[in-house]
Ligand binder design. Structure first.
Ligand code: AMP
Length: 287
């Protein structure tokens, strides 16, 4: 497995590489969720293609009071995990390598990224789009794999690829969870013991909401607002949880749903436990 820290070196590797390339962008602190994306990438690339992982904690997608400095960076363990998973190349630039000191171009998606995490984290998706576009330009992948755990991010990236004509197939991978339902996240490491014990309430509430919708059927008379109200009560019973947002949205447009219709739904949540903000989501059939 090759480890590359320089953009120029990645470019020349890509120029010599004749096969299909599948990229998995990450911020490191890899867990089983990331590894499942690497497996999906391997499957997609086939035996003759290449799997490229990137590990880069992207400063541009963090707000000024967020956890950029404290974000975990266990690089050796991450590289070992990539190697064990059969990655061909890991790209690990630092921020100065990625961005010119006077970089002045950002990519902004201006529809899907405005609500949900976009409201709570202004500028976050500009940072995500910009870094993903740069990674696509550098690695020139044929496909890239992103987790459904970050559902809004996946939708925003699909839109960017469509609207800017990136020749990259975007593949979504299902959310990988701990045994108690908590979605795996590098940020789970910030939780103290009590917060960790409380955090599965997000998934319990999501399941509760989804099951009510699916049981009630379309004519069951439940509105999105009623389902959400029940979920809020459930989360509020957990004293350590503080809801940032909890929404029922259209699975593609991410617009709030007034009624349940043919096109399905996605329930999306961000909940604080102490200072740690965790996100999760569930659709009719998702993990
Ligand atoms: P991150 O390192 O948090 O930027 O995540 C890198 C990629 O891994 C993103 O596409 C995430 O959506 C995905 N990811 C993070 N957590 C999970 C999870 N629990 N299951 C599946 N994919 C995940």
């Amino acid at each position: 497995m090759k480890v590359i820290t320089r953009k120029a070196e990645l470019r020349s590797w890509v120029q010599k590489d004749g096969g299909a390339r599948v990229l998995v962008p990450t911020m490191g602190a890899l867990h089983a969720g990331h590894l499942s994306l690497l497996d999906r990438a391997r499957e997609k690339a086939g035996p003759n293609g290449s799997v490229i992982a990137s590990i880069f904690v992207n400063p541009v997608q963090f707000g000024p009071h967020e956890d950029y400095d404290s974000y975990p960076r266990p690089l050796e363990a991450d590289l070992a995990a990539c190697e064990a998973r059969g990655c061909d190349l890991v790209f690990v630039p630092d921020a100065r390598e990625m961005y010119a000191g006077d970089a002045s171009v950002l990519i902004r998606e201006s529809n899907l990224s405005t609500g949900l995490c976009g409201s709570s984290r202004p500028g976050h998706f500009d940072g995500v789009c910009t870094v993903v576009a740069k990674l696509f330009n550098l690695a020139q992948p044929h496909a890239a794999v992103f987790g459904e755990k970050d559902y809004q991010q996946l939708a925003v990236i699909r839109r960017m690829v469509r609207d800017l004509d990136f020749p990259v197939e975007i593949i979504g991978g299902p959310t990988v969870r701990e045994k108690d339902g908590l979605a795996m996240s590098s940020r789970n490491a910030y939780l103290n013991e009590k917060e960790r014990a409380a955090a599965p309430v997000i998934h319990r509430a999501l399941r509760f909401g989804r099951d009510r919708i699916l049981r009630s059927g379309k004519s069951g008379g439940l509105s999105p607002a009623q389902v959400l109200a029940g979920m809020v009560l459930m989360i509020e019973q957990e004293p350590l949880a503080r809801i940032d947002y909890l929404k029922m949205v259209h699975p593609q447009t991410l617009q709030p749903l007034e009624d349940f219709g043919e096109e399905g739904f996605r329930i999306i949540a961000a909940v604080f436990f102490g200072k740690t903000r965790l996100i999760d989501n569930l659709g009719a059939e998702s993990a």
